[in-house]
Ligand binder design. Structure first.
Ligand code: FE2
Length: 431
Protein backbone atom coordinates (compact mmCIF):
# COMPACT_ATOMS: atom_id res chain seq x y z
CA UNK A 1 0.00 0.00 0.00
CA UNK A 2 3.04 2.27 0.31
CA UNK A 3 2.97 2.89 -3.40
CA UNK A 4 -0.04 5.20 -3.10
CA UNK A 5 2.17 7.95 -1.69
CA UNK A 6 4.02 8.28 -5.00
CA UNK A 7 2.64 9.99 -8.05
CA UNK A 8 1.40 7.98 -11.04
CA UNK A 9 3.58 7.70 -14.14
CA UNK A 10 1.56 10.16 -16.24
CA UNK A 11 2.24 13.06 -13.86
CA UNK A 12 5.90 13.02 -14.87
CA UNK A 13 6.46 16.19 -17.01
CA UNK A 14 8.79 14.32 -19.39
CA UNK A 15 6.16 11.64 -20.03
CA UNK A 16 3.54 14.33 -20.56
CA UNK A 17 5.68 15.99 -23.23
CA UNK A 18 6.46 12.68 -24.86
CA UNK A 19 2.88 11.45 -24.92
CA UNK A 20 1.88 14.51 -26.88
CA UNK A 21 3.97 13.07 -29.70
CA UNK A 22 2.08 9.79 -29.69
CA UNK A 23 -0.12 11.00 -32.52
CA UNK A 24 2.82 10.58 -34.87
CA UNK A 25 3.02 7.31 -36.78
CA UNK A 26 6.39 6.24 -35.46
CA UNK A 27 5.40 6.75 -31.83
CA UNK A 28 2.02 5.14 -32.33
CA UNK A 29 3.63 1.88 -33.36
CA UNK A 30 4.49 1.35 -29.70
CA UNK A 31 0.82 0.55 -29.19
CA UNK A 32 -0.05 -1.73 -32.07
CA UNK A 33 -2.99 -3.68 -30.68
CA UNK A 34 -6.72 -3.16 -30.79
CA UNK A 35 -8.18 -4.62 -27.62
CA UNK A 36 -11.75 -5.84 -27.46
CA UNK A 37 -13.80 -8.44 -25.66
CA UNK A 38 -16.38 -11.17 -26.23
CA UNK A 39 -19.87 -9.68 -25.99
CA UNK A 40 -23.17 -11.44 -25.27
CA UNK A 41 -26.07 -9.04 -25.78
CA UNK A 42 -29.83 -9.08 -25.57
CA UNK A 43 -32.41 -11.40 -24.04
CA UNK A 44 -30.27 -14.54 -24.38
CA UNK A 45 -27.04 -12.83 -23.40
CA UNK A 46 -26.88 -14.25 -19.89
CA UNK A 47 -27.55 -17.88 -20.79
CA UNK A 48 -25.20 -17.75 -23.79
CA UNK A 49 -22.45 -16.32 -21.62
CA UNK A 50 -23.08 -19.05 -18.99
CA UNK A 51 -22.74 -21.74 -21.64
CA UNK A 52 -19.53 -20.19 -22.92
CA UNK A 53 -17.97 -19.96 -19.45
CA UNK A 54 -19.02 -23.51 -18.65
CA UNK A 55 -17.23 -24.79 -21.76
CA UNK A 56 -13.97 -23.04 -20.87
CA UNK A 57 -13.57 -24.36 -17.31
CA UNK A 58 -12.96 -27.74 -15.71
CA UNK A 59 -15.60 -28.93 -13.21
CA UNK A 60 -13.39 -28.23 -10.20
CA UNK A 61 -12.70 -24.68 -11.42
CA UNK A 62 -16.25 -23.39 -11.56
CA UNK A 63 -16.09 -20.72 -8.86
CA UNK A 64 -17.61 -17.30 -9.56
CA UNK A 65 -17.06 -14.30 -7.34
CA UNK A 66 -19.70 -11.64 -7.96
CA UNK A 67 -18.39 -8.18 -7.16
CA UNK A 68 -21.21 -5.70 -6.62
CA UNK A 69 -22.31 -2.80 -4.45
CA UNK A 70 -25.20 -2.48 -2.05
CA UNK A 71 -27.50 -1.41 -4.90
CA UNK A 72 -26.52 -3.88 -7.65
CA UNK A 73 -26.37 -7.02 -5.50
CA UNK A 74 -30.15 -7.33 -6.02
CA UNK A 75 -29.48 -8.34 -9.64
CA UNK A 76 -27.71 -11.53 -8.53
CA UNK A 77 -30.91 -13.60 -8.96
CA UNK A 78 -30.87 -12.81 -12.70
CA UNK A 79 -27.36 -14.21 -12.96
CA UNK A 80 -28.28 -17.29 -10.96
CA UNK A 81 -31.21 -17.91 -13.29
CA UNK A 82 -29.02 -17.67 -16.39
CA UNK A 83 -26.44 -20.04 -14.92
CA UNK A 84 -28.86 -22.56 -13.40
CA UNK A 85 -28.09 -25.33 -15.93
CA UNK A 86 -24.43 -25.31 -14.95
CA UNK A 87 -22.88 -26.32 -11.71
CA UNK A 88 -21.11 -23.13 -10.61
CA UNK A 89 -20.31 -22.16 -7.03
CA UNK A 90 -21.05 -18.50 -6.26
CA UNK A 91 -19.90 -16.01 -3.69
CA UNK A 92 -21.04 -12.39 -3.55
CA UNK A 93 -19.00 -9.48 -2.25
CA UNK A 94 -20.97 -6.24 -2.24
CA UNK A 95 -18.33 -3.99 -0.68
CA UNK A 96 -17.78 -1.66 -3.64
CA UNK A 97 -18.08 2.06 -2.93
CA UNK A 98 -18.46 4.89 -5.47
CA UNK A 99 -15.18 6.44 -6.64
CA UNK A 100 -13.24 3.28 -5.62
CA UNK A 101 -11.38 4.31 -2.45
CA UNK A 102 -8.20 2.28 -2.22
CA UNK A 103 -9.00 0.47 1.03
CA UNK A 104 -11.91 -1.41 -0.61
CA UNK A 105 -9.41 -3.17 -2.88
CA UNK A 106 -7.75 -4.88 0.10
CA UNK A 107 -11.11 -6.18 1.25
CA UNK A 108 -11.87 -7.65 -2.19
CA UNK A 109 -8.45 -9.27 -2.45
CA UNK A 110 -8.97 -10.96 0.93
CA UNK A 111 -12.21 -12.54 -0.33
CA UNK A 112 -10.38 -13.77 -3.44
CA UNK A 113 -7.66 -15.36 -1.33
CA UNK A 114 -10.30 -17.30 0.60
CA UNK A 115 -12.64 -18.26 -2.25
CA UNK A 116 -10.09 -18.60 -5.08
CA UNK A 117 -12.43 -17.58 -7.93
CA UNK A 118 -11.68 -18.57 -11.50
CA UNK A 119 -14.31 -16.11 -12.70
CA UNK A 120 -14.87 -12.62 -11.35
CA UNK A 121 -18.14 -11.02 -12.39
CA UNK A 122 -18.30 -7.25 -11.97
CA UNK A 123 -21.97 -6.41 -11.59
CA UNK A 124 -22.48 -2.67 -11.57
CA UNK A 125 -21.47 0.71 -12.91
CA UNK A 126 -17.99 2.05 -13.50
CA UNK A 127 -16.92 2.02 -9.86
CA UNK A 128 -17.83 -1.65 -9.44
CA UNK A 129 -16.14 -2.70 -12.68
CA UNK A 130 -13.05 -0.66 -11.83
CA UNK A 131 -12.94 -2.16 -8.34
CA UNK A 132 -13.10 -5.66 -9.84
CA UNK A 133 -10.26 -4.84 -12.24
CA UNK A 134 -7.93 -3.66 -9.50
CA UNK A 135 -8.93 -6.49 -7.15
CA UNK A 136 -8.04 -8.86 -10.01
CA UNK A 137 -4.59 -7.25 -10.36
CA UNK A 138 -3.82 -7.24 -6.66
CA UNK A 139 -5.08 -10.84 -6.21
CA UNK A 140 -2.92 -12.21 -9.00
CA UNK A 141 0.02 -9.78 -8.83
CA UNK A 142 0.24 -8.42 -5.27
CA UNK A 143 3.81 -7.27 -5.83
CA UNK A 144 2.95 -4.80 -8.62
CA UNK A 145 3.01 -1.06 -8.03
CA UNK A 146 -0.29 0.18 -9.49
CA UNK A 147 1.06 3.65 -10.11
CA UNK A 148 3.81 2.46 -12.39
CA UNK A 149 1.77 0.22 -14.70
CA UNK A 150 1.88 2.52 -17.72
CA UNK A 151 -0.04 2.63 -20.94
CA UNK A 152 2.71 1.02 -23.03
CA UNK A 153 3.33 -1.88 -20.63
CA UNK A 154 0.77 -4.08 -22.39
CA UNK A 155 -0.20 -7.19 -20.45
CA UNK A 156 1.03 -7.75 -16.92
CA UNK A 157 0.39 -11.50 -16.73
CA UNK A 158 -3.11 -11.87 -15.32
CA UNK A 159 -5.61 -14.70 -16.01
CA UNK A 160 -3.50 -17.43 -14.48
CA UNK A 161 -5.82 -17.61 -11.49
CA UNK A 162 -8.84 -15.63 -12.70
CA UNK A 163 -9.54 -17.06 -16.13
CA UNK A 164 -12.38 -14.66 -16.92
CA UNK A 165 -13.14 -11.16 -15.80
CA UNK A 166 -16.79 -10.68 -16.75
CA UNK A 167 -18.47 -7.27 -16.78
CA UNK A 168 -22.23 -6.77 -16.52
CA UNK A 169 -22.74 -3.00 -16.77
CA UNK A 170 -25.75 -1.54 -14.98
CA UNK A 171 -25.44 1.91 -16.54
CA UNK A 172 -25.29 3.17 -20.12
CA UNK A 173 -22.15 5.19 -19.95
CA UNK A 174 -18.96 4.44 -18.13
CA UNK A 175 -17.65 2.14 -20.84
CA UNK A 176 -15.47 0.46 -18.21
CA UNK A 177 -16.70 -2.91 -19.49
CA UNK A 178 -14.68 -2.25 -22.64
CA UNK A 179 -11.59 -0.49 -21.35
CA UNK A 180 -8.12 -1.44 -20.23
CA UNK A 181 -8.24 1.19 -17.49
CA UNK A 182 -9.48 1.40 -13.92
CA UNK A 183 -9.92 4.70 -12.13
CA UNK A 184 -9.55 4.71 -8.38
CA UNK A 185 -9.34 7.32 -5.69
CA UNK A 186 -5.99 7.82 -4.06
CA UNK A 187 -7.17 8.63 -0.56
CA UNK A 188 -3.59 8.96 0.64
CA UNK A 189 -3.07 12.26 -1.16
CA UNK A 190 -4.52 15.50 0.15
CA UNK A 191 -6.76 16.55 -1.43
CA UNK A 192 -7.72 13.09 -2.69
CA UNK A 193 -6.94 12.51 -6.33
CA UNK A 194 -8.25 10.08 -8.89
CA UNK A 195 -5.62 7.92 -10.53
CA UNK A 196 -5.72 5.66 -13.57
CA UNK A 197 -4.30 2.13 -13.83
CA UNK A 198 -3.95 0.91 -17.40
CA UNK A 199 -2.91 -2.50 -18.75
CA UNK A 200 -4.17 -4.83 -21.46
CA UNK A 201 -5.28 -7.70 -19.27
CA UNK A 202 -7.75 -5.83 -17.10
CA UNK A 203 -9.98 -5.50 -20.12
CA UNK A 204 -12.96 -7.69 -19.14
CA UNK A 205 -12.75 -10.85 -21.25
CA UNK A 206 -16.53 -11.21 -21.43
CA UNK A 207 -19.29 -8.58 -21.41
CA UNK A 208 -22.97 -9.28 -20.88
CA UNK A 209 -25.40 -6.59 -22.03
CA UNK A 210 -28.98 -7.16 -20.97
CA UNK A 211 -31.64 -4.44 -20.80
CA UNK A 212 -32.96 -5.80 -17.49
CA UNK A 213 -29.87 -4.43 -15.76
CA UNK A 214 -30.39 -0.86 -16.96
CA UNK A 215 -34.06 -0.30 -17.66
CA UNK A 216 -34.85 0.95 -14.16
CA UNK A 217 -32.13 3.60 -14.21
CA UNK A 218 -33.47 6.89 -12.82
CA UNK A 219 -33.73 9.79 -15.33
CA UNK A 220 -30.76 11.69 -13.90
CA UNK A 221 -28.49 8.66 -14.37
CA UNK A 222 -29.85 7.95 -17.85
CA UNK A 223 -28.86 11.49 -18.81
CA UNK A 224 -25.59 11.51 -16.87
CA UNK A 225 -24.25 8.15 -17.98
CA UNK A 226 -25.53 8.71 -21.53
CA UNK A 227 -23.59 11.98 -21.67
CA UNK A 228 -20.52 10.10 -20.50
CA UNK A 229 -20.89 7.88 -23.58
CA UNK A 230 -21.24 11.00 -25.72
CA UNK A 231 -18.10 12.53 -24.17
CA UNK A 232 -16.07 9.33 -24.60
CA UNK A 233 -16.93 8.96 -28.27
CA UNK A 234 -16.58 12.63 -29.24
CA UNK A 235 -13.45 13.18 -27.12
CA UNK A 236 -11.73 10.09 -28.50
CA UNK A 237 -12.82 10.88 -32.05
CA UNK A 238 -11.16 14.30 -32.01
CA UNK A 239 -8.08 13.18 -30.03
CA UNK A 240 -4.77 12.58 -31.77
CA UNK A 241 -4.45 8.85 -31.12
CA UNK A 242 -7.40 7.94 -33.33
CA UNK A 243 -7.18 5.33 -36.08
CA UNK A 244 -9.71 4.24 -38.73
CA UNK A 245 -11.03 1.41 -36.53
CA UNK A 246 -11.68 3.59 -33.48
CA UNK A 247 -13.07 6.39 -35.66
CA UNK A 248 -15.72 4.08 -37.11
CA UNK A 249 -16.70 2.85 -33.67
CA UNK A 250 -16.77 6.34 -32.16
CA UNK A 251 -18.82 7.85 -34.98
CA UNK A 252 -21.44 5.11 -34.63
CA UNK A 253 -21.54 5.54 -30.86
CA UNK A 254 -22.12 9.29 -31.28
CA UNK A 255 -24.85 8.71 -33.88
CA UNK A 256 -26.63 6.17 -31.68
CA UNK A 257 -26.40 8.44 -28.63
CA UNK A 258 -27.78 11.46 -30.49
CA UNK A 259 -30.68 9.34 -31.70
CA UNK A 260 -31.55 7.22 -28.66
CA UNK A 261 -30.54 9.18 -25.57
CA UNK A 262 -33.24 11.88 -25.92
CA UNK A 263 -35.83 9.08 -26.33
CA UNK A 264 -34.63 7.35 -23.19
CA UNK A 265 -34.66 10.56 -21.18
CA UNK A 266 -38.28 11.04 -22.29
CA UNK A 267 -39.66 7.50 -22.02
CA UNK A 268 -37.34 5.75 -19.53
CA UNK A 269 -38.08 2.10 -18.81
CA UNK A 270 -40.78 1.93 -21.53
CA UNK A 271 -38.11 2.20 -24.21
CA UNK A 272 -36.32 -1.15 -24.02
CA UNK A 273 -35.10 -0.82 -27.61
CA UNK A 274 -33.53 2.52 -26.69
CA UNK A 275 -31.72 0.92 -23.75
CA UNK A 276 -30.37 -1.86 -25.96
CA UNK A 277 -28.99 0.71 -28.39
CA UNK A 278 -27.46 2.79 -25.61
CA UNK A 279 -25.85 -0.29 -24.06
CA UNK A 280 -24.12 -0.92 -27.38
CA UNK A 281 -23.24 2.76 -27.74
CA UNK A 282 -21.67 2.79 -24.26
CA UNK A 283 -19.66 -0.33 -25.07
CA UNK A 284 -18.53 1.03 -28.43
CA UNK A 285 -17.52 4.36 -26.94
CA UNK A 286 -15.62 2.42 -24.27
CA UNK A 287 -13.71 0.51 -26.95
CA UNK A 288 -13.33 3.71 -28.93
CA UNK A 289 -11.68 5.65 -26.16
CA UNK A 290 -9.81 2.76 -24.60
CA UNK A 291 -8.04 2.07 -27.87
CA UNK A 292 -7.17 5.75 -28.19
CA UNK A 293 -7.60 7.97 -25.17
CA UNK A 294 -10.44 10.00 -23.72
CA UNK A 295 -10.09 13.62 -24.75
CA UNK A 296 -9.39 16.72 -22.71
CA UNK A 297 -13.10 17.02 -21.84
CA UNK A 298 -12.21 14.22 -19.37
CA UNK A 299 -9.22 16.11 -17.98
CA UNK A 300 -11.49 19.14 -17.48
CA UNK A 301 -14.49 17.11 -16.30
CA UNK A 302 -12.55 14.91 -13.87
CA UNK A 303 -11.04 17.97 -12.22
CA UNK A 304 -14.29 19.92 -12.15
CA UNK A 305 -16.12 16.89 -10.73
CA UNK A 306 -13.52 16.24 -8.05
CA UNK A 307 -13.52 19.83 -6.79
CA UNK A 308 -17.20 20.73 -7.30
CA UNK A 309 -18.55 17.30 -6.38
CA UNK A 310 -20.58 16.86 -9.55
CA UNK A 311 -21.65 13.76 -11.51
CA UNK A 312 -18.93 12.41 -13.82
CA UNK A 313 -21.07 12.16 -16.96
CA UNK A 314 -22.68 15.55 -16.43
CA UNK A 315 -19.22 17.08 -15.92
CA UNK A 316 -17.51 15.59 -18.96
CA UNK A 317 -20.62 16.27 -21.06
CA UNK A 318 -20.38 19.95 -20.18
CA UNK A 319 -16.78 20.18 -21.37
CA UNK A 320 -17.18 18.15 -24.59
CA UNK A 321 -17.88 21.17 -26.85
CA UNK A 322 -14.85 22.86 -25.25
CA UNK A 323 -12.65 19.87 -26.14
CA UNK A 324 -13.80 20.04 -29.77
CA UNK A 325 -13.36 23.82 -29.90
CA UNK A 326 -9.80 23.73 -28.54
CA UNK A 327 -8.55 21.10 -30.98
CA UNK A 328 -10.40 22.52 -33.97
CA UNK A 329 -7.62 25.08 -34.32
CA UNK A 330 -5.24 22.36 -35.57
CA UNK A 331 -7.45 19.61 -37.02
CA UNK A 332 -10.46 19.28 -39.30
CA UNK A 333 -11.85 16.18 -37.58
CA UNK A 334 -14.72 18.17 -36.09
CA UNK A 335 -16.21 18.47 -39.58
CA UNK A 336 -17.09 14.76 -39.55
CA UNK A 337 -19.34 15.39 -36.54
CA UNK A 338 -21.56 17.90 -38.40
CA UNK A 339 -23.66 15.38 -40.39
CA UNK A 340 -24.40 13.47 -37.18
CA UNK A 341 -26.20 16.59 -35.95
CA UNK A 342 -27.90 17.06 -39.37
CA UNK A 343 -25.78 20.14 -39.80
CA UNK A 344 -24.95 21.09 -43.38
CA UNK A 345 -21.87 23.33 -43.38
CA UNK A 346 -21.39 23.40 -47.15
CA UNK A 347 -20.17 26.85 -48.18
CA UNK A 348 -20.09 28.17 -44.61
CA UNK A 349 -16.99 30.07 -43.46
CA UNK A 350 -14.92 27.81 -41.19
CA UNK A 351 -15.46 29.73 -37.97
CA UNK A 352 -19.19 30.04 -38.53
CA UNK A 353 -19.44 26.31 -39.27
CA UNK A 354 -17.50 25.39 -36.14
CA UNK A 355 -19.63 27.65 -33.98
CA UNK A 356 -22.76 26.11 -35.49
CA UNK A 357 -21.50 22.65 -34.52
CA UNK A 358 -20.64 23.75 -30.99
CA UNK A 359 -24.10 25.27 -30.69
CA UNK A 360 -25.73 22.00 -31.84
CA UNK A 361 -23.69 20.08 -29.29
CA UNK A 362 -24.82 22.39 -26.51
CA UNK A 363 -28.45 22.06 -27.64
CA UNK A 364 -28.12 18.28 -27.50
CA UNK A 365 -26.65 18.39 -23.99
CA UNK A 366 -29.55 20.55 -22.80
CA UNK A 367 -32.10 18.39 -24.63
CA UNK A 368 -31.10 15.39 -22.51
CA UNK A 369 -31.23 17.47 -19.31
CA UNK A 370 -27.49 17.96 -19.10
CA UNK A 371 -25.71 21.25 -18.42
CA UNK A 372 -23.94 23.14 -21.17
CA UNK A 373 -22.38 25.67 -18.80
CA UNK A 374 -21.27 25.71 -15.17
CA UNK A 375 -23.81 28.42 -14.31
CA UNK A 376 -26.63 26.03 -15.36
CA UNK A 377 -25.59 23.30 -12.94
CA UNK A 378 -28.37 22.29 -10.60
CA UNK A 379 -27.03 19.30 -8.79
CA UNK A 380 -25.29 20.93 -6.98
CA UNK A 381 -25.88 24.61 -7.72
CA UNK A 382 -22.46 26.24 -8.12
CA UNK A 383 -21.80 29.81 -6.98
CA UNK A 384 -19.70 31.88 -9.36
CA UNK A 385 -17.47 33.09 -6.54
CA UNK A 386 -16.65 29.53 -5.39
CA UNK A 387 -16.08 28.41 -8.94
CA UNK A 388 -13.69 31.24 -9.77
CA UNK A 389 -11.73 30.53 -6.62
CA UNK A 390 -11.38 26.86 -7.53
CA UNK A 391 -10.10 27.43 -11.09
CA UNK A 392 -6.34 27.33 -10.27
CA UNK A 393 -6.70 23.99 -8.46
CA UNK A 394 -8.94 22.50 -11.16
CA UNK A 395 -6.49 23.63 -13.85
CA UNK A 396 -3.62 21.97 -12.01
CA UNK A 397 -5.59 18.73 -11.67
CA UNK A 398 -6.50 18.83 -15.37
CA UNK A 399 -2.86 19.25 -16.37
CA UNK A 400 -1.95 16.12 -14.41
CA UNK A 401 -4.86 14.02 -15.62
CA UNK A 402 -4.22 11.03 -17.87
CA UNK A 403 -6.75 12.44 -20.36
CA UNK A 404 -4.49 15.46 -20.82
CA UNK A 405 -2.07 13.37 -22.86
CA UNK A 406 -3.78 12.93 -26.20
CA UNK A 407 -4.81 16.40 -27.28
CA UNK A 408 -4.02 17.29 -30.89
CA UNK A 409 -3.20 20.75 -29.64
CA UNK A 410 -0.91 20.84 -26.58
CA UNK A 411 -2.07 22.71 -23.48
CA UNK A 412 -0.41 24.48 -20.62
CA UNK A 413 -1.81 25.36 -17.22
CA UNK A 414 -2.97 28.75 -18.42
CA UNK A 415 -5.03 27.25 -21.24
CA UNK A 416 -6.94 25.11 -18.78
CA UNK A 417 -7.59 28.19 -16.65
CA UNK A 418 -9.01 30.02 -19.67
CA UNK A 419 -11.22 27.06 -20.55
CA UNK A 420 -12.60 26.84 -17.04
CA UNK A 421 -13.28 30.58 -17.10
CA UNK A 422 -15.09 30.31 -20.43
CA UNK A 423 -17.17 27.38 -19.17
CA UNK A 424 -18.95 29.53 -16.61
CA UNK A 425 -21.50 30.64 -19.20
CA UNK A 426 -20.09 28.76 -22.25
CA UNK A 427 -21.13 31.65 -24.51
CA UNK A 428 -17.74 31.81 -26.15
CA UNK A 429 -15.55 28.74 -25.95
CA UNK A 430 -11.77 29.01 -26.11
CA UNK A 431 -10.60 28.37 -29.67
FE1 FE2 B 1 -16.09 9.07 -18.67
Amino acid sequence: MEEMIEKPWYEDPFIQEMMGLMGSRSMRSIMSGFKSNLVFAGENGMSDAARYLDKTLFDDEKRILIIADSFTKKFFSKIEKGFKKYDFKFRIWDGCIPEVPYYTIEEGVKICQEFKPTVIVALGGGSVIDTAKVVNIKYEKPELNLLQIDVVSGAIGLHRKVKHLVAIPTTIGTGSEATTTAILNDTRREPHKKIAVTCDDILPTVVILHPDFVKKLPPYLIAGTGLDTFAHAVGAFVSNWNNPYTSAINLTAIKETIHYLPRLVKYGSKDVEGFEHMQWAALMAGLGFSNTMPGIEHALGHSFGAVMNTHHGMSVGLFTPQSVAWQAKVTERWKDLCPLFDLDITGMPRKKALNALLHEMQLFIRKVNGFASVSEFKNPVIKQKDYQKAIPLMAEFALNDIAHLASYRPLKLNHYKKMFEAAWDSKELVL
